[in-house]
Design a protein around this ligand. Structure first.
Ligand SMILES: [Zn+2]
Length: 201
């Protein structure tokens, strides 16, 4: 089985925005995360949540609480979409992001590790989900954390929208001269090239 999601955005938070597909098409949009199980598959494929934690949550994927969390995920995604498609940003979308990010921070724990065995070695700390790994909200917290890492980083200025009018997926332009125009050259780039070729005929 091929992995379920096309991850073309070069950042998991932007791949998340693209899970509402055909966002700007008259016949759209198409929801790529219709069930909590799809949300789990997404955070696993993007490596935002470990396979072990995902497996632990799968049993409860059809519970009423899982459906509530799925709705939270959709709300978070649309708030993030409003901010990355900058013209749609509102105070509401920013406040949704801030609240989700604070919740994510609250559910992390510091894990301490001591590197090496010599006297001079310091303890090293890292944020882990710890006890929160068994909470159904984990995918939403992980996505909020990823979104905040993007939005608070200077690389956010390189967020771009695919130049295909029917696509408009968002991606992070990591190319050297920041000239990437398509979410995927093979999909959208070629389609546009073919269209231009036909127009010339
Ligand atoms: Zn595209």
């Amino acid at each position: 089985m091929p992995p379920p999601f096309q991850l073309l955005a070069s950042h998991p938070a932007l791949d998340f925005v693209n899970t509402l597909d055909n966002r700007f098409v008259d016949s759209g949009p198409s929801e790529l995360l219709p069930r909590y199980a799809d949300l789990l598959a997404f955070v696993e494929q993007t490596a935002l949540v470990s396979t072990r934690a995902v497996n632990g949550l799968t049993d409860r994927a059809d519970s009423p609480r899982a459906r509530k969390v799925l709705a939270q995920a959709h709300t978070l995604r649309e708030a993030l979409a409003a901010v990355v498609y900058a013209s749609a940003a509102t105070a509401d979308s920013m406040s949704v992001l801030e609240t989700a990010c604070k919740a994510a921070q609250q559910h992390q724990e510091l894990e301490w590790k001591r590197n090496g065995t010599t006297d001079g070695s310091a303890w090293q700390a890292g944020w882990k989900w710890g006890r929160s790994e068994t909470e159904l909200e984990l995918p939403v917290w992980a996505l909020a954390k990823s979104a905040m890492e993007l939005l608070t980083s200077p690389v956010v200025q390189h967020v771009r929208t695919c130049k295909s009018d029917t696509c408009r997926w968002v991606f992070l332009d990591t190319s050297k001269n920041h000239s990437r125009r398509w979410c995927d050259m093979k999909i959208c780039g070629n389609r546009m090239k073919a269209r231009r070729f036909q127009a010339r005929q």
